[in-house]
Write a protein that binds this ligand. Structure first.
Ligand code: BES
Ligand code: MN
Ligand code: ZN
Length: 507
């Protein structure tokens, strides 16, 4: 995605002579439309237009040059955007979500009218930190403006080149507001970077691409990058990654990125499933919908994109990212049901279904990451089970954890980010379902509680180390419809991880 430039201007909004000026309108407790000083002179006549209610996401365009407001404003078009009844908003999570939603609506209006530059100010909302308002509105705009055009003809008449510039009138915008806006940009652009990776088809985004992207990021952002190649992984005994890769012609990679702050007390290990295409292997998936399995790398993409922002923001906590990556293909040498493999660290596993491959590559990465980096906390993200869609639909990601503190921090970060998590239990009774007759464990636990038995598989490799597993199979794409979440990959998890690490710093 091409970056949108953000500039601050000391000019007054009424003097902005650009294409598109955004202003905000709300409703008070009586449902009366209230607005910023800038447009109060117009409010009386506006109230006569029934189509403008000031309700959330309700909007109208005015053309000051050809209307009554001539002389008041210099812009070519004015967007009046409803914020709804601010007083009815229950808590800050709902407030942030409303603001991102408004940002997404702005982006939609720009797309509809092919607007490439816009002017806006950060609306004042009583009781809300203006930095947080700026952060969320701007994040919503950038997330909503996302498009993936790489494989489309450039000269298409309908093409919209995208939002190039946002001018923020900041006579009132203090450094604090700018910091908020920058935070919003950093998170949104990282989510868009993850969407870009996910949108790439399986033939164009292979484990090698993950490795190249990570190496480039490391060079630019002063991270340490190590790529473990197939032969090294085989030598280390990473039987899970090697097994899943057996049917493929693409070599697997284990991408490792390290962010080392100057002083640090704790280490957080992030692990993301980077399965670049999941055919199911010999336990082949049915045809319909198989193409969506190019998205099976969304956990890896989230971790990699979040890591870039972490490197930019330099929090006071060490963060290590691991992305085990391969595709899961069929072939003469492919892994078979009934095969027994040995993971890093020695645990053996009987393969009941080659389509339960995510846990195989994550198990090696988790065991290796814990031995090598001795993390205090571990978080993994994976499009791991179809079962989580049955449990939670497309609205919550599943959270499973052996540590209440980490679980709570993640739930909080998810709420702040509009990426809600719902915790599911773990327990020995579930672990029993993955007992094998011939090996230490087997890779499926039957139909009941499929997401939890998958998590219990991972649990065997983290033991007592504080760990949380996010099953994002239902939310990595087809996520809840929102103005700032386009169709296709959502970038889920990126903003939650960034928020988690930001909060870490302030503890
Ligand atoms: N990548 C899939 C999970 C998935 C399914 C993600 C649908 C998004 C949408 C995973 O590798 C998988 O195939 N899991 C199996 C496990 C089963 C064989 C125990 C599943 O969920 O069916
Ligand atoms: Mn699978
Ligand atoms: Zn998979």
């Amino acid at each position: 995605m091409k970056a949108t430039k953000i500039v601050y201007s000391k000019k007054k909004a009424e003097d902005y002579s650009g294409e598109f000026l955004v202003t905000f309108v709300a409703r008070d407790s009586e449902g009366v439309i209230v607005a910023d000083k800038l447009i109060t002179p117009m409010l009386k006549s506006l109230r006569e237009f029934k189509e403008f209610t000031g309700k959330k996401d309700n909007s109208i365009h005015l053309y000051p040059g050809i209307s009554q407001s001539k002389g008041l404003l210099q812009c070519k078009r004015l967007l009046l955007l409803g914020l709804g009844e601010i007083g009815e908003i229950a808590d800050r999570y709902e407030m942030f979500e409303m603001l991102r939603g408004v940002g997404g609506t702005i982006a939609k209006e720009c797309r509809r009218n092919k607007i490439e530059t816009l002017g806006m100010y950060i609306p004042k909302i009583k009781g809300v930190d203006p930095a947080a308002v700026g952060e969320n509105v701007v994040a919503g705009i950038l997330l909503g403006a996302y498009q993936f055009l790489k494989y489309k003809k450039q000269d298409d008449d309908d093409a919209y080149p995208g939002l190039k510039k946002i001018e923020i009138f900041s006579a009132v915008a203090s450094g604090k507001i700018r910091n908020g806006v920058t935070r919003g940009c950093n998170s949104a652009l990282a989510a868009c970077a993850a969407r870009d990776m996910a949108n790439e088809p399986g033939n164009m985004w292979t484990p090698t691409h993950f490795a190249q992207y990570a190496k480039k990021a490391a060079r630019e952002l002063d991270l340490q990058c190590t790529i473990l190649e197939k032969s090294q992984m085989a030598k280390l005994g990473m039987g899970g990654i090697i097994a899943v890769n057996q049917g493929s012609t693409e070599p697997p990679k284990l991408v490792i990125l390290e962010y080392n702050p100057e002083k640090s007390t704790e280490t957080v290990l992030l692990v993301g499933k980077g399965l670049t295409f999941d055919s199911g292997g010999i336990s082949l998936k049915p045809g319909p919908g198989m193409m969506d399995m190019k998205y099976d790398m969304c956990g890896g993409a989230a971790v990699l994109a979040a890591m870039e922002t972490i490197a930019r923001e330099k929090p006071a906590v060490k963060v290590v990212a691991l992305i085990p990556s391969t595709d899961n293909m069929i072939g003469g040498g492919a892994l078979k049901p009934g095969d027994v493999i040995t993971h890093f660290g020695g645990i053996t596993s009987e393969i009941e279904n080659t389509d339960a491959e995510g846990r195989l590559i994550l198990a090696d990465a988790l065991a290796y990451g814990i031995e090598k980096f001795q993390p205090d906390y571990v978080v993994d993200l994976a499009t791991l089970t179809g079962a989580v869609i049955i449990a939670l639909g497309h609205h919550y990601s599943g959270l499973m954890s052996n540590n209440d503190l980490l679980a709570e921090r993640l739930i909080e970060a998810g709420k702040v980010s509009g990426e809600p998590l719902w915790r599911l239990p773990l327990g020995d009774m579930y672990a029993k379902q993955i007992k094998s007759q011939v090996a230490d464990i087997k890779n499926t636990g039957g139909r009941p509680a499929g997401s939890i038995t998958a998590a219990e598989y991972l649990h065997k490799f983290v033991g007592e180390v504080p760990w949380a597993h996010l099953d994002i199979a239902g939310t990595a794409w087809d996520f809840t419809e929102k103005s700032y979440i386009p169709k296709g990959p959502s970038g889920i998890g990126v903003r939650t991880l960034i928020e988690l690490i930001r909060q870490w710093e302030s503890d």
